[in-house]
Design a protein around this ligand. Structure first.
Ligand SMILES: O=P(O)(O)OC[C@@H](O)[C@@H](O)c1c[nH]c2ccccc12
Length: 250
């Protein structure tokens, strides 16, 4: 991974911090709730599967949303979220493994761990139902996929291009997120999902990530083939329960 030079400074700082984080001791073993099954459960219904993200702040957000992550998560679940995503990156997103643990205890839906994992050992920081693996930031995707599965966790493999999608499929990913945000420039473009999605094999569960602001965006991503939508800011910015409900109804 020597593309660090081309990345936005904020992203370089995130990766440096991820690299320096203490490695957890021990090994997690999770009796995981399946994110894929939760998404599939909406097939044939009129609900849009929403993975609602508890994201206190980010390098592209103004300010920090305070408030108990558990209270926020409960509102998301009450609004009909299919699953939750919880940031565990502490320095740039205001997340914590403790928040994830408490959220997972408080809700029944699957919980995805959102972080910049780089090594297999980092999978052991907290028990989650699924973990995000960012294709362009990991050296050995197949090893991390196996590592996640061996611990009882699903992996959502995040890609941003058709090349990364092909590599993710080759590595055995069955749950893939297309991030509309380019992590090199931090710019968001919904056309990214539209460009990448047609290459995904039929049996892959596809998630559209980032930049989904309203029902029109949600419908646009669904029309392009998204099985589920991952939404942070648009939900965190308003009445959490109402915003979630609106997107579920899109
Ligand atoms: O707040 P948004 O634009 O709805 O985006 C949510 C999510 O996709 C975004 O937070 C995200 C996508 N990939 C990531 C990787 C790490 C941290 C965060 C992310």
């Amino acid at each position: 991974m020597d593309e660090t030079k081309t990345l936005a400074p904020a992203v370089r700082s995130i990766l440096r911090a991820a690299d320096e984080r203490a490695e957890p001791e021990g090994r997690v073993s999770v009796d995981g709730r399946s994110l894929t099954a939760a998404i599939e459960a909406s097939d044939g219904t009129d609900r849009t599967p929403i993975i609602a993200e508890v994201k206190p702040t980010s390098p592209t957000t103004d300010g920090t949303r305070t408030g108990d992550p558990v209270a926020i998560a409960r509102e998301m679940e009450a609004g009909g979220a299919t699953a939750l995503s919880v940031l565990t990156e502490p320095e740039h997103f205001g997340g914590s493994t403790d928040a994830l643990e408490r959220v997972r205890d408080a809700v029944e839906v699957p919980v995805l761990r959102k972080d910049f994992l780089q090594s297999e050992a980092q999978l052991d920081a907290v028990a989650a139902d699924a973990v995000l693996l960012i294709a362009r930031f990991v050296d050995d995707l197949p090893a991390l996929l196996t590592g996640a599965r061996d611990r009882g966790m699903e992996a959502l493999v995040e890609v941003h291009s058709r090349e990364e999608l092909a590599a993710a499929i080759d590595a055995g990913a069955t749950l893939v997120g297309v991030n509309n945000r380019d992590l090199a420039t931090l710019e968001v473009e919904l056309a990214t999902f539209e460009r990448v999605a047609p290459d995904a094999p039929e049996d892959v569960t596809l998630v559209a990530e980032s930049g989904i602001a309203n029902q029109a965006d949600a419908r646009r991503m669904r029309a392009a083939g998204a099985d589920a939508l991952l939404v942070g800011t648009a939900i965190m910015d308003g009445d959490v329960r109402d915003r979630t409900r609106e997107l579920v109804a899109a």
